[in-house]
Design a protein around this ligand. Structure first.
Ligand code: SAM
Length: 483
């Protein structure tokens, strides 16, 4: 008979339940918080974006205390588009979590099958208006951020595991009649992979936003102990059923596993973690109407390769360029979300500085290429987990709104985008799939697509990338260096 496992379920608010500190320290914190006011699942759940980030800050701080040194966090999250505004959730969470003390180890991209996209298909806008600036890709990606709590012990390894950092997994659609109806559940495959990779039998796994109980179910199957917190009491029967405890005494006769339920009082006292949270995001700044600087404008597209550049690069001369970008136009930033040095620019630093200058996030394209370099995590149980890195990202920021009427029919007709190519090569997705091509060969295709999608003829682009080309556009280029 396998060794029995214990499963603690807390019905309560995970940002307030000090009870969690009474349980054994956690090896893997694996969760998917409610996405800020996600239209299908959580519309109007949070009063505003700051309340959401305040919640992230509170749970981040409390669970930092519960995590073992060297313990891992797998945070499934994504930026959220609500009524035309993209909330830079990933960037803001990176900032909050690194301020708390978590170390960002890597980022896994979760790619869903195309037929499972739940959002309305934004890319239709371009099919109806096949001209520059009408590009709104369909998102089929989510992100899993991997953090580690620093450890004073020297983590060593005697075992090695290899993975890629783009995972294809089918998502759960909350269809009527399913156990997960009205719960934005993730597929069992997600906790299964993370638990198998980052823990060993008998480890403690915790999900503070438990939902239907997927994490606890998989933890039990894989013979790990688990802790789950869920605020909605009405999910209790669903969770019990999902984890497989339906008998009255909540002990399974087959394997002596135990489910212990802790029902907290709603008025449980808040402690110091529930403090007033200061402002976390610069989004309000970015949403402000852009003030015109009269004749300063010069560029119709800024195209920056910011992969592995130093923190000092975003200096005054960079900001001068931003000021010269015409209102409504695009700043495309090619970015490497992972790096091995604290001297290199982090995503939240880029987003913050760009938003500070009045631009907002419009979209994020993930460029998938052949496996290139790798990132790795050494776990507490002596395993070196190596992720072959298969992507970089292009962040599209926009300066206010583009005036589509400002271009004549003639100017538009001169720049028709080839709809057949757009559909055949799947430009309409947030994942540009060049999985069989080396990374450096993708760059010229990526930049050429960006020019076609965001530039009209006879316009000026400013870039730090040498030799950009796009056979579909006449344009002039100014180069500058980012250091
Ligand atoms: C995205 S769902 C998680 C779904 C889960 N991964 C699954 O597979 O079913 C987020 C869950 O967090 C719960 N929740 C929201 N705020 C919470 C809080 N402060 N404390 C605990 N649970 C919370 C929601 O009720 C929801 O069930």
């Amino acid at each position: 008979m396998p060794a029995p496992t214990k499963h603690h379920l807390i019905i309560g608010d995970c940002t307030k339940t000090k009870k969690i500190l009474d349980f054994p320290a956690i090896d893997l914190l694996l969760t998917s918080p409610p996405y800020f006011n996600a239209p299908f699942d959580y519309s109007d759940l949070f009063h505003n974006y700051e309340t959401f980030l305040g919640m992230v800050d509170k749970f981040g701080k409390l669970y930092f205390k519960t995590l073992k040194p060297g313990g891992i966090v797998g945070l499934n999250i994504d930026d959220m588009l609500i009524e035309g505004v993209k909330y830079p959730i990933i960037s803001d969470i990176l900032k909050i979590f690194s301020n708390i003390g978590y170390l960002l180890k890597g980022k896994i991209i979760w790619r869903k099958p195309e037929g499972y996209i739940r959002i309305s298909r934004r890319s239709g806008v371009l099919l109806q208006n096949p001209y520059p600036m009408y590009y709104y890709p369909d998102n089929l990606l989510e992100v899993i951020l991997i953090f580690q709590k620093p450890s004073h012990m020297n983590l060593t390894s005697n075992k090695i595991m290899y993975f890629e950092d783009i995972w294809e997994m089918t998502n759960v659609l909350p269809l009527k009649g399913r156990l997960e109806t009205n719960i934005a559940a993730f597929p069992e495959e997600l906790p299964r992979r993370l638990i198998n990779i980052f823990t060993t039998k008998g480890s403690w796994v915790c999900d503070p936003f438990l939902g239907s109980g997927t994490t606890m179910k998989v933890a039990r199957e894989l013979r790990r102990h688990s802790i789950g917190v869920e605020i909605l009491e009405q999910l209790l029967p669903i969770i019990k059923m999902k984890i497989g405890f339906t008998s009255e005494n909540l002990t399974s006769y087959l394997d002596l596993d135990q489910l212990i339920i802790n029902n907290l009082q709603p008025d449980e006292k808040e402690d110091e973690i529930n403090h007033q949270v200061s402002s976390h995001s610069l989004l309000p700044l970015a949403l402000k109407k852009h003030k015109s600087l009269n004749n300063e404008y010069k560029y119709h597209l800024l195209l920056l390769d910011c992969r592995n550049i130093s923190k000092n690069a975003l200096n005054e001369s960079f900001f001068k360029l931003i000021n010269k970008l015409f209102p409504g136009r695009i700043l495309a930033v090619m970015f490497e979300s992972l790096n091995n040095s604290s001297n290199i620019l982090a995503l939240n630093q880029v987003t913050d500085s760009i938003m500070r200058h009045g631009l907002r996030l419009r979209d994020r394209i993930t460029v998938q290429h052949q496996p290139d370099w790798h990132w790795e995590v050494i776990t507490n149980y002596k395993t070196r987990v190596v992720f072959h890195h298969c992507f970089y990202e292009v962040f599209l920021f926009q300066k206010g709104k583009f005036n589509y009427k400002g271009k004549s029919i003639r100017e538009k007709q001169d720049c028709l985008i080839n709809k057949r190519q757009f559909q055949k090569e799947k430009w309409y997705l947030t994942l540009w799939d060049f999985r069989n091509q080396p990374r450096n060969e993708c760059d010229s295709i990526v930049t050429s697509r960006l020019l076609e999608l965001f530039l009209f003829n006879d316009e000026i682009i400013c870039t730090n990338i040498k030799q950009i080309s796009c056979s579909q556009r006449r344009f002039s280029t100014e180069y500058f260096t980012l250091r």
